[in-house]
Design a binder for this molecule. Structure first.
Ligand code: SAH
Length: 246
């Protein structure tokens, strides 16, 4: 089955862009995923094909018009009713590897890229659109964010990555950062590869990696660590609810 990506944008020439090379590019050529762009401007109805207007209440920049966006989204959804519509916005929920996995397991996505000061907020009241952020940074447009989301999905599609299992050992898959990696030369500018990794003792290696992964997460990402520890200490929410009923 082909994972269908549809991107609503004012800059369709940005796609597939970097996703046309390497693993994603080969998968695109093989039909593992498809990439279709929709020019938002085609849904403007005035003579000047206007897509934006000044912010209500004043302030700098321009805001994407809700009526134009709604027509573009409705048209996209008509052809792919089973795909979630996701708007790229720094006001959205931070994207997670768990959500990426869900998306990659589905039929595809319809991604909406903002520009200027972003979307007229009423689009989220009037249409079923998920708001997603790729991090606490501000981009000039949603296109790079959409490329990130797509890249993360595509590498999980069946057959895209070399070793089928390699995706499951990575950072975030178990709520932790991955352990550090090394490769030859064994010695570089006085820095040696940790002895345990050269020992051939798979039990010791697995144990070392687990401890490194936990220590690095605790140090570098206390937010992830807290969630990880919280999930371990507390019973699952379903179990807790059952206990409360007693
Ligand atoms: N004025 C807005 C920022 C607009 S940036 C604000 O302060 O919230 C222009 C567009 O870039 C946005 O509409 C969005 O589509 C995209 N964008 C910028 N930063 C993003 C982020 N962190 N995640 C996802 N999309 C982002």
């Amino acid at each position: 089955m082909t994972f269908a990506a549809k991107i609503l944008t004012l800059y369709p020439e940005m796609f597939p862009g970097p996703l046309g090379v390497s693993l994603a590019g080969r998968a695109l050529a093989e039909g593992t995923w498809s990439c279709e762009t929709v020019q938002i401007r085609d849904f403007a109805e005035d003579r000047h094909r206007t897509v934006d207007d000044t912010p209500a209440g004043g302030g700098a920049g321009m805001v994407l018009k809700v009526d134009v966006l709604a027509r573009a989204i409705d048209a996209a959804r008509e052809h792919q009713p089973e795909c979630p519509v996701i708007a790229m916005t720094p006001r959205g929920k931070p994207i997670s590897q768990a959500r990426i996995r869900e998306l990659a397991a589905g039929p595809g996505v319809i991604l909406v890229c903002g520009r200027f000061e972003g979307f007229d907020e009423r689009i989220f009241a009037g249409r079923d659109v998920e708001e997603v952020s790729v991090g606490d940074i501000v981009l000039s447009g949603g296109e790079c964010a959409a490329l990130m989301v797509l890249d993360a999905c595509i590498r999980l599609l069946p057959g895209v990555m070399g070793a089928a299992h390699s995706g499951f050992e990575e950072s975030f898959e178990n709520g932790l950062l991955e352990y550090p990696q090394f490769t030859r030369p064994v010695e570089w500018e006085g820095h040696a590869i940790p002895e345990v990794l050269r020992s051939g003792d798979h039990g010791r290696i697995a144990d070392w990696r687990k401890r490194q992964s936990e220590a690095d997460t605790r140090l570098r990402r206390p937010d992830l660590w807290e969630r990880h520890e919280g999930a371990r200490v507390q019973p699952a929410s379903g179990a807790r609810r059952k206990d409360e009923g007693k």
